[in-house]
Design a protein around this ligand. Structure first.
Ligand code: HEC
Ligand SMILES: [Cu+2]
Length: 341
């Protein structure tokens, strides 16, 4: 085998890997991954995306220049048999000035857009924004709409094209509020109120999660963002503002309602006009949500029954008591929960 042929095999392998990598990246860009930070759907996310693109430009430029110079130097000036001792030099003012100024300039190009983006995204939310108070709980998110007098859990509804100003608090430990398509994370810190605001630019349902370890079920602390058309949002608000549905007292759901007060659910859950509990999610319209328990399970009778039978088996450490319910009690309570549209 000639030397050139021996070299061509790793070269071909490297080229193949490059092509594969490029294809994988192209696939990522084409597909709209719902929990990707690279698929912005709000002004805040776009501000961060533009910053990332600018920084990537400088980073790639520096990488190519430095690595290029390194490779050229290594190839050209490597020691060869019989080559003379290299010339010894000491100091080169022009070169030293250049390699001090160039990085300083590059750092300026990096710093200016970064600081500008920080100021822009940390500024006060514009007046007239829709206000929502977010409360992190071990292990679910609560959303309060003070202007609309609505409280819900795990599912945040916002109208498309309107700025939403979130104030973030926690009922217990540190959490981190993260809706990747909306933009960066914000920590939720005890005895502090943090803020984040954004204007969603496309209708859809997008997943989010807690991004700060907050205890045993941290990995089960999800949420969903519903970006609705203004019409759908108004309809949702109007439905949530209704009093809870009153089941017929002889129906299964009616029995479930009586049981709700009997077995102690009322101590932890609010149902408007029925019970004032604040430990667990507000259940006034729980039947209208698509998911339960920190968006860990779909809101389906089967999952609700399993949840009521043994919350800790569904979600390790869940702060809902296992009340040791019997199957007929679970059936009635499930019917009641699902009736609360
Ligand atoms: C000790 C307080 C406590 C009691 C008692 C309690 N719950 Fe809960 N419940 C919670 C907490 C906390 C959660 C949220 C758990 C999580 O997602 O980590 C929850 C979640 C739920 C959910 C899911 C709602 C959602 O939006 O995620 C339903 C439904 C529910 N409880 C129904 C009941 C019923 C019915 C009873 C009575 C049989 C009951 N709970 C008793 C604390 C309680
Ligand atoms: Cu967490």
């Amino acid at each position: 085998m000639t030397p050139s042929r021996r070299r061509s095999k790793p070269l071909r392998l490297a080229a193949g890997l490059l092509v594969l990598g490029a294809l994988a990246l192209a696939g990522c860009a084409l597909k709209d991954y719902p929990q990707s930070t690279l698929t912005p759907h709000s002004d805040l996310a776009w501000a961060i995306q533009h910053l990332l693109e600018q920084l990537t430009f400088w980073v790639v430029l520096i990488f190519v220049l430095v690595e290029g110079m390194l490779i050229v130097t290594v190839m050209r000036f490597r020691s060869r048999p019989g080559s003379p001792e290299p010339k010894h030099v000491h100091g080169n003012t022009a070169l030293e000035v250049a390699w001090t100024i160039a990085p300083a300039l590059i750092l300026t190009f990096v710093a200016v857009p970064t600081v500008l983006t920080i100021f822009k995204t940390q500024a006060k939310a514009p007046a007239g924004s829709l206000e929502v108070k977010v409360v992190g709980h071990q292990w679910w998110w609560e959303f309060q709409y003070p202007g609309q007098k609505i409280v819900t859990g795990s599912e945040l509804h916002v109208p498309v094209g309107r700025t939403v100003a979130l104030s973030l608090e926690t009922a217990d430990v540190i959490h981190s509020f993260w809706l990747p398509i909306v933009g960066g994370k914000r920590d939720v810190v005890p005895s502090r109120t943090n803020h984040i605001w954004f204007t969603a630019d496309s209708v859809g349902v997008f997943p989010g999660t807690c991004a700060e370890f907050c205890g045993i079920s941290h990995a089960n602390m999800h949420m969903k963002l519903f970006v609705d058309t203004q019409k759908d949002f108004d309809a949702w608000v109007a439905a949530q503002q209704q009093p809870p549905i009153e089941p017929d007292s002889t129906s299964l759901a009616g029995k479930g309602k009586a049981m709700f007060l009997e077995v102690g659910c009322a101590a932890c859950h609010t149902i408007s006009g029925l019970s004032p509990g604040i430990i667990g999610p507000n259940l006034t319209h729980v039947g209208s949500r698509t998911s339960i328990a920190g968006s860990t399970y779909p809101n389906h009778p089967e999952y609700v029954s399993q949840w009521l039978a043994n919350p800790q088996a569904r979600k390790p450490g869940a702060l809902m008591t296992n009340l040791g319910l019997k199957p007929d009690q679970i059936a009635a309570l499930t019917a009641y929960v699902e009736s609360l549209k």
